[in-house]
Write a protein that binds this ligand. Structure first.
Ligand SMILES: C[S@@+](CC[C@H](N)C(=O)[O-])C[C@H]1O[C@@H](n2cnc3c(N)ncnc32)[C@H](O)[C@@H]1O
Length: 276
């Protein structure tokens, strides 16, 4: 009697499974990424996910097929991994980076009349909040939503207004002659890419300024967990060459100094350029 009931139950489960709609790329990705985010990302290997799928009842052949699809989806969703990597910085109980405004930005903007500013890949808003406190009208964007949440919470606490947008630089609308100042502080974007530089130039008002501080080399942990930033700048004068077209270089430093995001000495690049 018990055996018949068990068999009936098993058949019902199989029946229910067989009428389930085929998994879409979107649902496959969401399930996988939800699993990936739990625990240590370094331990969450595809093989462990395969074992989990099989333990959850997926036949081995389908688990293999799922992994193959996930290989392609991971490439398409690379920015999800990068956002996860940085979100962990912004939610950690103790910050592992300099939470004060970037000193070069402070120096370069000290005597400027406040206007409109864009903070590219703004993180938790240390620079956006500094500028807003100085009277700038600031917009910042980033793919790491936890950073934006921290920035807005801090703005509310300090009675400041900043506009934050969850977006990658790839799709962000920089606009046309909109900004007096555009900030790239350790921004995870291709800083020598002519296509990006042209968008930045078009977005600046006449005479508008760009402030950049960036490591010349990518820290190993960021390179593996967050993915390498699109453009390594370790070759000599790469940044200067890139920003020499359509911009007037007002200041350039290539020096050994403390990095804001490493808190130890390493090669750091600093640039102040003006739309020309
Ligand atoms: C090293 S942090 C710097 C954050 C901030 N600018 C600062 O100086 O504290 C790099 C930031 O770039 C962001 N980022 C990475 N890829 C991005 C992309 N494709 N578009 C926009 N932001 C991105 C990350 O989420 C992270 O917040």
């Amino acid at each position: 009697m018990i055996a018949i009931r068990t068999l009936a139950l098993a058949l019902a489960v199989v029946g229910a499974l067989s009428v389930q709609p085929p998994a879409t790329d979107d649902s496959i990705w969401k399930q996988y990424f939800a699993w990936f985010q739990e625990g240590d990302p370094n331990a969450n290997t595809p093989q462990r996910y395969r074992a989990k799928l099989i333990a959850d009842g997926l036949p081995e052949a389908q688990a293999d097929e799922r992994l193959e699809r996930l290989g392609k989806l991971s490439a398409q969703h690379r920015s999800d991994f990068v956002a996860l990597f940085f979100n962990r910085f912004y939610t950690a109980p103790v910050a592992a980076f300099n939470t004060q405004p970037n000193a070069f930005l402070v120096r370069m903007t000290a005597d400027l009349k406040p206007g409109t500013a864009l903070d590219v890949a703004m993180g938790q808003g240390r620079n956006a909040l500094y500028l807003a406190a100085k009277g700038w009208q600031v917009t910042g964007f980033d793919i790491a939503e936890k950073g934006l949440e921290v920035a807005q919470a801090e703005a509310a606490k300090r009675g400041l207004h900043i506009t934050t947008v969850k977006s990658g630089y790839q799709e962000f609308d920089f606009g046309h002659e909109r900004w007096d100042l555009i900030v790239f502080s350790y921004a995870w974007v291709p800083l020598a890419d002519p296509a990006l530089l042209e968008r930045v130039r078009a977005a600046l008002k006449p005479g508008g300024l760009v402030v950049i501080e960036h490591p010349a080399e990518t820290p190993p942990a960021a390179a593996t967990q967050g993915g390498r930033p699109p453009d390594p700048l370790d070759d000599v004068n790469t940044l200067v060459r890139a920003w020499s077209t359509g911009f007037r270089i007002l200041r350039y430093e290539d020096t050994e100094d403390l990095w804001d995001w490493r808190i130890q000495k390493a090669r750091v690049l600093r640039l102040l350029a003006q739309k020309w």
